[in-house]
Design a protein around this ligand. Structure first.
Ligand SMILES: [Zn+2]
Length: 281
C-alpha cells in the first residue's frame, strides 16, 4: 500500500525582513520561501514542527533548521537545483523533498597588483596564514541561536552613496599575473579612517590583525551567518562584544593584502561565502 504523507501545511512567518517570501519550488505544492534564490544569495523559511534538511539524497543530508526557522546560503558556484527535505518533528520518517531553482550568474575577471610578499610566502608566513585561516573557519562554524533575521536586510557598513564599489562578489582574481581564488565579498573604496558599522546585530567572534585580511572583524548573527570586515586601519571592538547596526567596529584601511584603502565586506553561511550586495538595504 502506498504510504500517505501527512498534509503539508506550511506557513511562513513574516519577519519584516526580506519581503520576497514568494519563492516557489518546482512542484506546485512546494512551500514558498523567502530571500534571494540566486548564486551568492540565501533563503529562509519557518520550520515550526519540522526538521528541514539540505538534501542531495536521503544519505547525504544536512540539517539546516533550528529554533523554528531554517536558513540556507548559496556560494558563487551553487548548483542550479536546491533540494530541501522537510520531515515532521517527532514523526516516524515522514519526509518530503522539494526542489527549487537557483539562478546562475556570470562573473567578471579582475586584475590586482599587490606587494610580492602577499603572493609568495615564506614557511613561517604560510604557518601564520594556516593558523589564521583555522581560527576564521572555527569562528564561522559557530552559530548563536539568535531569533533575529536582521541579516536578511543588511545595514550599509558605511555611507554607500558616497563611495565606489571597487570589487564585486565572485570575480576571478589575478594577483600580479597569478590566478588566485575568486573574490568572496564586496569591496567599497573609501578613505582611510572612515568609520565602519556592523551590518546587523550580533556578537564579535574575531577581532584580530591577520596577514592577508589585515585588521579583521567577524560578527556572528546567528543561524550560521557571519559578516566579515577586512583591511581595517583600526579595530574598535574586541572579541565577545555585542554589536548593533549602530556600532562602529573599526575604520577603513589598507592593512593586509590590499592595493589601496577599502572595506572588504564578507557575508557567510557557515563556510559558504555569499554576496553581501544582494542584502544591503
Ligand atoms: Zn575584497
Amino acid at each position: 500500500m502506498k504510504r500517505i504523507l501527512p498534509v503539508f501545511v506550511f506557513s511562513l512567518l513574516f519577519f519584516g525582513a526580506h519581503a520576497d517570501c514568494d519563492i516557489a519550488g518546482i512542484a506546485p505544492d512546494a512551500p514558498k520561501l523567502c530571500g534571494v534564490a540566486t548564486q551568492g544569495g540565501m533563503l529562509y523559511g519557518e520550520a515550526k514542527g519540522w526538521e528541514v534538511y539540505k538534501a542531495d539524497s536521503v544519505k547525504n543530508k544536512e540539517k539546516i533548521s533550528s529554533g523554528g526557522v531554517f536558513v540556507i546560503g548559496f556560494g558563487r558556484d551553487a548548483p542550479k537545483t536546491l533540494k530541501l527535505m522537510f520531515c515532521k518533528e517527532g514523526g516516524n520518517g515522514d519526509c518530503k523533498t522539494y526542489a527549487y531553482n537557483i539562478r546562475q550568474r556570470e562573473y567578471q575577471e579582475q586584475s590586482v597588483s599587490v606587494p610580492d610578499k602577499f603572493i609568495k610566502y615564506s614557511d613561517d608566513v604560510q604557518k601564520r596564514i594556516d593558523k589564521e585561516n583555522a581560527s576564521i573557519k572555527s569562528a564561522r562554524g559557530k552559530s548563536a541561536d539568535d531569533a533575529s533575521l536582521d541579516f536578511m536586510n543588511l545595514n550599509p557598513p558605511l555611507d554607500m552613496a558616497n563611495y565606489e564599489i571597487s570589487g564585486v562578489f565572485g570575480s576571478r582574481r589575478i594577483f600580479n599575473g597569478i590566478p588566485k581564488s575568486p573574490h568572496n565579498g564586496l569591496d567599497i573604496a573609501a578613505p582611510s579612517g572612515t568609520p565602519v558599522r556592523s551590518v546587523a546585530s550580533g556578537q564579535v567572534v574575531v577581532a584580530a590583525d591577520m596577514y592577508l585580511t589585515g585588521k579583521t572583524v567577524f560578527v556572528s548573527h546567528g543561524h550560521g551567518i557571519t559578516s566579515a570586515y577586512f583591511h581595517l586601519s583600526q579595530l574598535d571592538v574586541r572579541s565577545g562584544a555585542r554589536v548593533t547596526p549602530d556600532t562602529v567596529i573599526g575604520r577603513v584601511g589598507a592593512t593586509g593584502r590590499a592595493s589601496g584603502p577599502h572595506l572588504h565586506l564578507g557575508l557567510y553561511w557557515l563556510q559558504t561565502a555569499m554576496d553581501p550586495a544582494l542584502f544591503i538595504k
